[in-house]
Design a protein around this ligand. Sequence first.
Ligand SMILES: NC(=O)C1=CN([C@@H]2O[C@H](COP(=O)(O)OP(=O)(O)OC[C@H]3O[C@@H](n4cnc5c(N)ncnc54)[C@H](OP(=O)(O)O)[C@@H]3O)[C@@H](O)[C@H]2O)C=CC1
Ligand SMILES: O=C(O)[C@@H]1CCC=N1
Length: 259
Amino acid sequence: MNILLIGCGKMGGAMLRQWTSRGAHSFTVADPAATDLPDGVTHVTRAADLPTGAFDVALIAIKPQMIADVLPDYVHAVKDGGTFVSIAAGASVASIEKVVGDVAIVRVMPNMAALVGMGVSGLYANARCTPQQAQAITDLIDQTGTCIPVESEDQIDRLTAVSGSGPGYVFEVLRSYVAAAEALGFDHDTARTLVFDTVSGTVEAARQSDLTLEELRNSVTSKNGTTQAGLDALRRDGTLDDLFHTTLQAAYARAGELK
Ligand SMILES: NC(=O)C1=CN([C@@H]2O[C@H](COP(=O)(O)OP(=O)(O)OC[C@H]3O[C@@H](n4cnc5c(N)ncnc54)[C@H](OP(=O)(O)O)[C@@H]3O)[C@@H](O)[C@H]2O)C=CC1
Ligand SMILES: O=C(O)[C@@H]1CCC=N1
């Protein structure tokens, strides 16, 4: 497919790197600022420099607040029967249809783990997408990690709060965990190794286990031992559950505001 990226910053750039490493499609980036693009990618800085009707797919990877102003400049570049794919948080199919018309639109919510081909994305295709179009975009997103089809746009907004924004929460938790390890006397590099290997090994152990997360947690927690002391401080009578609940609700509410 001939694919146009409208905007190629942090998220579009991460996805583009996975796609170009596989070499299955042709890519053009339209972005006034993009630098350091992978070899073989065509770059234009102005929508007016794009050929008319040239692209099978346009990936909308600009900020949601810019769509109404910026997207109209790019519509000419997509061929009749082409697919518009938006990764913009919150931006609804209806808001995109206002610009591009009643055509095939797919909302995808990727995440930054796509940087290493381990992203997880939600995908919602509107009724104008043929099964072939939806499958082609699913295959494309699969190249960045795992793709989970959902039945409604609301599911995309909920998934944004869990996995789209998720790496932001996880990076912040890792930052805090590493800082606490340094405060116990480890140098920064050792603290990073201890924390990163603990987290990635624990995630893999959970993935491969038939036990529940509660059972796995209990398998680490000796009665009156060190883990119990640490967990008592971490959970503080439900504070941790409240914190995660509030975090995800806040992100979901924000997606609704960006419609
Ligand atoms: N970052 C993430 O983890 C995730 C982001 N998303 C979504 O991806 C989208 C992009 O986010 P992100 O990559 O973080 O943002 P960035 O700001 O890194 O990327 C947006 C890019 O669009 C460029 N741009 C600005 N104006 C235009 C224009 N007129 N034509 C073409 N390109 C333009 C920007 O250039 P300049 O910098 O000069 O303005 C920038 O390079 C958002 O809608 C966001 O909701 C979805 C999931 C995860
Ligand atoms: O923060 C944001 O709005 C975007 C969407 C999900 C991750 N980053």
